[in-house]
Design a binder for this molecule. Structure first.
Ligand code: TYM
Length: 334
């Protein structure tokens, strides 16, 4: 059985973008793949997080994954920081990654510009992500397009390691959803919808109350062309709403365009709002049941046990391959 893995970083509330870019893909694939999903809490630490808020978000993320349809019976679900082999592997991988490669990552370039006192962790972040991906030999990594470059770096690091030390890692591939791969901010539809956005009017959080979601969609920026047409260049706002509705309702964009031919933006927004509100309302109902149950402990205990087992094995193999072991490698049979 092929394996898929992904993680989300708890730096703010989960957004509709996170759901459509990553979680929904995992839900769609969980019946046919060995599926692994985690909360990337170590990744959140590259920028200061209030400890109490971070702690709360970690549990909220896990409960929200399950509420979104991630089946704990079919998925290995865990908190990244509970697997101590991952940062240990990350160091070994840092030694097979060049400074040039790490500093060329777009997110590093953007974020290091925003704050001159950026942490070293911001630079090594994609290598930690490579460790997340490579420890379990996953075949595919379902992500939004903004993470594609990081998955490709993981693949390059794996390839270099394999060439240098012998076959050790499966080469992973990023997997992008057709319509959900980049959901834009509703107010500023040329910018990614992001959980760390300071102005929340363009960002739909999976935890927003339903009226807020409806009013955010109603207030979404559109254009003056007055045609429901998919044209990201000239109609970024409408194209974004088409992507959102198409991803959630599983209706092709062409069909939506056809259905709204000759109709106004008010009617179209009303439809998008209904689709999104109904969908998130069901998710929120399940969330309330899960967060108030004792289910999370059991799910996380089972998940971390499996994740640690896989990572321990890979970490020990890496150490042997690299020569950092008390065993006398000259005396080994292989
Ligand atoms: P993060 O937490 O920024 O985002 C989590 C996932 O959501 C996707 N995403 C989006 N997709 C569509 N539209 C958007 N507006 C949008 N915003 C975010 C992201 O592409 C991502 O798939 N470094 C990662 C977390 C991570 C990880 C990993 C992912 C750590 N280790 C290993 C995969 C494998 C991150 O910061 O994602």
């Amino acid at each position: 059985m092929k394996r898929i893995l992904t993680g989300l970083k708890p730096t703010g509330d989960l957004t509709l973008g996170n759901y459509l870019g990553a979680i929904k893909q995992m839900v769609n694939m969980q019946d046919e793949y060995d599926s692994i999903l985690f909360v990337a809490d170590l990744h959140a630490l590259t920028i200061y997080q209030d400890p109490i808020e971070l702690n709360e978000r970690i549990r909220k993320f896990i409960a929200m994954y399950i509420a979104c349809g991630i089946d704990p019976e079919k998925n290995t679900i865990y908190i990244q920081s509970e697997n101590e082999f991952i940062p240990a592997m990350s160091y070994l991988l840092e030694c097979t990654t060049t400074y040039g490669e790490a500093s060329r990552m777009i997110q590093f370039k953007e974020k290091s510009k925003q704050n001159a006192n950026f942490s070293v962790g911001l630079l090594t972040y994609p290598v930690l992500m490579a460790a997340d991906i490579l420890y379990c030999d996953c075949d595919y990594v379902p992500v939004g397009i903004d993470q594609k470059q990081h998955v490709e770096l993981a693949r390059n690091i794996a390839e270099r390691f394999n060439n240098r030390y012998g076959e050790t890692f499966t080469l992973p591939e990023p997997l992008l959803s057709e319509t959900g791969t980049k959901i834009y901010d509703l107010k500023n539809p040329t910018k990614k919808m992001s959980k760390s956005e300071e102005n929340p009017t363009g960002v739909i959080s999976m935890f927003d109350d339903l009226e807020t979601i409806a009013s955010k969609i109603k207030g979404a920026t559109t254009d003056s062309l007055n045609q429901v047409h998919f044209d990201p260049e000239n109609q970024p706002g409408i194209s974004n709403l088409l992507n959102i509705a198409s991803s959630i309702a599983n209706v092709p964009i062409a069909e939506l365009e056809e259905n709204f031919k000759g109709k106004g933006y008010g009617e179209f927004k009303k439809y998008v709002s209904e689709v999104v509100v109904n969908h998130i309302s069901e998710i929120q109902k399940r969330y309330e049941e899960i967060i108030n149950s004792d289910m999370l402990e059991k799910v996380l205990n089972k998940g971390i046990e499996r994740s640690r087992e896989l990572a321990k094995e890979k970490y020990e193999l890496m150490k042997i391959k690299m020569g950092t072991t008390r065993k006398d490698l000259k005396k080994q049979d292989n």
